[in-house]
Design a binder for this molecule. Structure first.
Ligand code: MRU
Length: 347
């Protein structure tokens, strides 16, 4: 049985409480949001991060906005709420779960009813998104375990565990499941420059779960793959286009290319909510560019020469041809993905 005691997002007494992921593992602190502006800040500044988790947070952000505007006349109430949705959506552009959660919220606002009714339905929807996220990640974990052979050495990138999903995780959920199934697995976790989600968060989760693992600098992955040390690679996703092209943390594409050259299975693990059929191919995915300090500084200390220009895309796109399978809550999709995705989103 899978277990995690990590509660990434908790909503209680009209306060959204989140584990502050900027601080782990040096300290374990919570960040509280009492209004939707604070939720937007938390998403933008990566207090909360990971595609599904930011969708969960946004849902409660809309609820906090609904509480704030509830006493207004119906027209202003709805107008302000829809603007709050736009504001939250602009916080991060690549991970589609944010947009997906807000589409669900907008439908409720636009469906009408009295203010109190809309507020109630928004709260129910935010709770459902969180609950579905937890259940979905459990299904992904179980479905994915079938591709993990006994004694496998797995390489993963970025953080895809309980911190990113408010459940068991996607790629890291599959790893957890394989570990609890007694498969005697070993994990190499990329540190994941520049924000070090692998070094700080995945390494922390692996240690919490006592899963045998080593942390590596991103550039080590190539020689491990070349030397036959990696049996499979599993990563998460921030947006999957209709043809299967997948945006994930910067560095993922490089791993997929190596996997192809050395014939190592390369899997994406993600909920169906990460598939965006309105995005035709990876070329249509907006890639978030983040600030120079993420590259020039570590823990607030600058190591680069002053004035150096920086290019810092947060994500890259892995072409569908490099992906062996996409592990979802509805099973494992296999290429060609256009048909497989069309089928699964219709179910
Ligand atoms: O910038 P981040 O930390 O939000 O990026 C997270 C990732 O790229 C994850 O791999 C992805 O969201 C999948 S999380 C289940």
């Amino acid at each position: 049985m899978l277990q995690t005691t990590i509660e990434t997002i908790v909503f209680k007494d009209d306060v959204l409480q989140m584990i502050d992921q900027r601080k782990i593992p040096l300290s374990f602190e919570h960040f509280e949001c009492r209004d939707y502006r604070q939720v937007e800040y938390a998403i933008k500044e990566m207090v909360v991060r990971g595609a599904p988790a930011i969708g969960d947070a946004a849902g409660y952000g809309v609820y906090l906005a609904a509480l704030e505007f509830e006493s207004q006349d119906l027209e202003s109430f709805k107008k302000n709420l829809l603007e709050a949705c736009d504001f939250l959506e602009a916080s991060r552009p690549t991970a589609v779960n944010l947009k997906w959660a807000l589409v669900r919220m907008r439908k409720i606002i636009e469906a009408g009813g009295r203010n109190t009714e809309i507020v109630r339905r928004i709260k129910e929807e935010a709770d459902s998104i969180l609950k579905e996220d937890i259940e979905t990640s459990l299904m992904i974990s179980k479905n994915g375990a079938e591709v993990v052979p006994q004694g496998a050495t797995i390489l993963t990138h970025c953080n895809t565990g309980a911190l990113a999903v408010s459940g068991y995780g996607t790629a890291l959920g599959v790893i957890r499941q394989a570990h609890y199934d007694g498969k005697d697995i070993f994990v190499y976790a990329d540190e994941t420059r520049p924000r070090l989600q692998g070094g700080r968060l995945t390494a922390w989760e692996l240690m919490q779960e006592k899963i045998p693992a080593k942390l590596i600098a991103d550039s080590v992955a190539a020689i491990l793959i070349r030397d036959g040390e990696i049996d499979l690679i599993i990563v998460g996703a921030d947006r999957i286009a209709a043809n299967g092209d997948t945006a994930n943390k910067i560095g993922t594409f490089m791993l997929s290319a190596l996997a192809k050259v050395y014939e190592v299975p390369f899997y994406i693990a993600a909920p169906i909510s990460t598939i965006d059929v309105e995005t035709e191919t990876g070329e249509d995915i907006e890639i978030e560019e983040r600030c120079a300090e993420e590259v020039t500084h570590i823990e607030g200390v600058c190591f680069a020469p002053e004035g150096i220009e920086v290019y810092n895309p947060a994500f890259d796109v892995t072409p569908w041809q490099n992906i062996t399978g996409i592990i979802t809550e509805k099973g494992i999709l296999r290429p060609p993905y256009l048909e497989a995705i069309e089928r699964v989103v219709k179910e």
